[in-house]
Design a binder for this molecule. Structure first.
Ligand code: SAJ
Length: 415
C-alpha cells in the first residue's frame, strides 16, 4: 500500500509528494491533467521553482514517487488542489470549493479504517468538516454497509502550507507548521507524518483555528502591502520618494513597512482575504478595504502609463515583467498581466513585453497588439519603459540605457 497519496500536483502538491518520496515514503501523486501525470512519471516538471526539477527527478528515479490520474488506497491522503473564487448572486468573490469537493469524493472507493485525510489547500473556515460530510455522503452511495465504521475510523486534519514561491524547497522543510485536527488524535497523527521532513516546530490545534490561521497570515500581509501602496499614492501627490520614506521610517525599532508595487498578485494573498470577508462581511472592514486598495493599484499604474504615452505620437511602450512577483514564472492573478492587457485593449501604443521566465506570449494577451521581446531590444525601441516586476535580470540592468526614456518604475528598483 502507498504511504501517502497527494491529490493535486501543482505548486504545493508536487514538492510535498517529492519530499516525502525522497524521505523513503511510497508516494502516489494524483492529477486530473494527463499531461501533468505523464511529465512527472518521466521525472520532469511542469512548473518552475528553483531545484524542484532535481527533487522530482530523484523522487521518481528512486521508485518512491509515481503519478496517476486516480487515487489508490494509502495510509494518508493529502489534498492540495486549487481553491479559487467564484461569482455568486450575493458575492462576486465567493470561495469555490469544487476541486476540494471532487478530490474528497474521489477517495470514497479507496479509503480504509484508520487512514487519514489532510487538507493542505488554503480554505475557508469549516472546509475540513465539509470534507468529512462529502466523503460520508459518497460512502453512503457506494459502500453503505461501511459508513458507520469509516465515519468513526477516518482521521481528518487541516495542515496549511506556508511556503513562499521562489524558496519553496527550503521553506517546506524549515517552516513551522500548524496541524489542526477534527479530533486531537487527527492533529497528532498529522504531526507525526510531517515530522518525516519538517525541521520547524509543529503546533497542534483544531481544524477551524488552523483554517483561520492560514487566512489570517495572508490577510495580514495583504493589509501590510495595502498600507505601503496607499502611502505610494499619497507620496506621489506630495512629491515624496515613497521608497526613501519607507527606508527611513523602518529605522524605527518597531516599524516594518512593506514595499509598494503595481498591485498584489499570486494565487494566495490576492485571494485568501476574501474568504474571511465572505465569512464575516459586516466585520471584515479593514481586510476588505486592503483588498480594494491593492486591487486598485494596477489602475493607477495604467493611468500613469497612458498619460506618459500620450506625450508621444506613436508611442512604443516596453513593459518589463508579467509574473506576479520577482524571479518566478507564475502569472496567476498577476497585476503586471492585468496592466499589459488593459494597455493593449486601450490601444495605448506598441507594446513590447519582456518576461525572462516564459517562452511564448501567454493566453490573455492579444498577439496582434503585444510582442514578446528581449530586454535590450524592448528598452532600445521604447519611448516609455514600465518596470512591473523586480526580476533579477531587471535589477541588474545597465540604467544608462534608460537615458532619454520616460521611466515608470513601479517597484522602486532603479531609484
Ligand atoms: N508584494 C508587494 N510588496 C511587498 C511584498 C509583496 O507588492 O512588500 C506583492 C508581490 O509582488 C506579489 C504579492 O505581493 O504580487 C504576493 O507576494 P508575496 O511574496 O508576499 O507572497 P506569495 O503570494 O508568493 O506567498 C504568500 C506567503 N504568505 C505570507 O507571506 C504571509 C507564503 O508564505 C504563503 O505560503 C503563500 O502566500 C500561500 O501559498 O498562501
Amino acid at each position: 500500500m502507498n504511504d501517502v497519496c497527494v491529490l493535486g500536483l501543482g505548486y504545493i502538491g508536487l514538492p510535498t509528494a517529492s519530499i516525502f518520496a525522497t524521505r523513503g515514503k511510497r508516494v502516489l501523486g494524483v492529477d486530473v491533467v494527463p499531461r501533468v501525470v505523464e511529465t512527472i512519471n518521466r521525472g520532469e516538471i511542469h512548473i518552475e521553482e528553483p531545484d524542484l526539477d532535481v527533487l522530482v527527478r530523484a523522487a521518481v528515479h528512486s521508485g518512491n514517487l509515481r503519478a496517476a490520474p486516480q487515487p489508490e488506497s494509502s495510509r494518508v491522503y493529502i489534498v492540495a488542489v486549487p481553491t479559487p473564487f467564484k461569482v455568486t448572486a450575493t458575492n462576486p468573490k465567493a470561495p469555490d470549493l469544487t476541486y476540494v469537493e471532487s478530490a474528497t469524493r474521489s477517495l470514497a472507493g479507496v479509503v480504509r479504517p484508520g487512514q487519514m485525510i489532510i487538507l493542505e489547500s488554503t480554505s475557508p473556515v469549516g472546509t475540513t468538516e465539509l470534507m468529512q460530510g462529502w466523503l460520508v455522503e459518497e460512502l453512503q452511495k457506494i459502500r453503505p454497509a461501511e459508513v458507520t465504521v469509516l465515519r468513526e475510523a477516518l482521521l481528518f486534519a487541516h495542515c496549511p502550507e506556508r511556503i513562499l514561491p521562489g524558496q519553496m524547497l527550503r521553506e517546506l522543510v524549515s517552516n513551522d507548521r500548524i496541524c489542526g485536527g477534527l479530533t486531537p488524535a487527527a492533529a497528532e497523527a498529522a504531526r507525526d507524518l510531517y515530522r518525516v521532513f519538517c525541521t520547524g516546530e509543529i503546533f497542534l490545534t483544531d481544524a477551524r483555528t488552523a483554517e483561520m490561521c492560514k487566512l489570517t497570515e495572508n490577510a495580514s500581509r495583504d493589509v501590510g502591502i495595502a498600507f505601503a501602496n496607499e502611502l505610494s499614492l499619497i507620496c506621489e501627490r506630495l512629491q515624496i520618494d515613497v521608497w526613501e520614506l519607507i527606508r527611513l521610517a523602518n529605522r524605527h525599532p518597531r516599524v516594518k513597512i512593506l514595499q509598494p508595487g503595481p498591485g498584489v498578485g499570486g494565487h494566495c494573498i490576492a485571494v485568501d482575504p476574501w474568504f474571511i470577508v465572505d465569512a464575516a462581511p459586516d466585520l471584515a472592514r479593514l481586510i476588505r478595504t486592503a483588498r480594494e486598495v491593492n486591487d486598485s493599484k494596477p489602475h493607477h499604474v495604467i493611468a500613469r502609463v497612458q498619460e506618459c504615452a500620450g506625450r508621444f505620437k506613436a508611442p512604443v511602450i516596453a513593459c518589463l515583467g508579467l509574473a506576479f512577483k520577482a524571479d518566478v514564472d507564475d502569472l496567476r492573478e498577476s497585476p503586471a498581466m492585468d496592466i499589459v492587457a488593459h494597455l493593449a485593449a486601450a490601444g495605448a501604443g506598441r507594446l513590447l513585453v519582456v518576461e525572462p521566465h516564459i517562452q511564448s506570449l501567454p493566453r490573455g494577451l492579444p498577439a496582434d497588439k503585444v510582442e514578446l521581446a528581449s530586454l535590450d531590444a524592448a528598452v532600445k525601441a521604447a519611448d516609455v519603459v514600465v518596470l512591473l516586476v523586480n526580476h533579477r535580470e531587471f535589477v541588474g540592468f545597465d540604467r544608462r540605457k534608460l537615458e532619454g526614456k520616460a521611466v515608470i518604475d513601479t517597484r522602486g528598483i532603479w531609484r
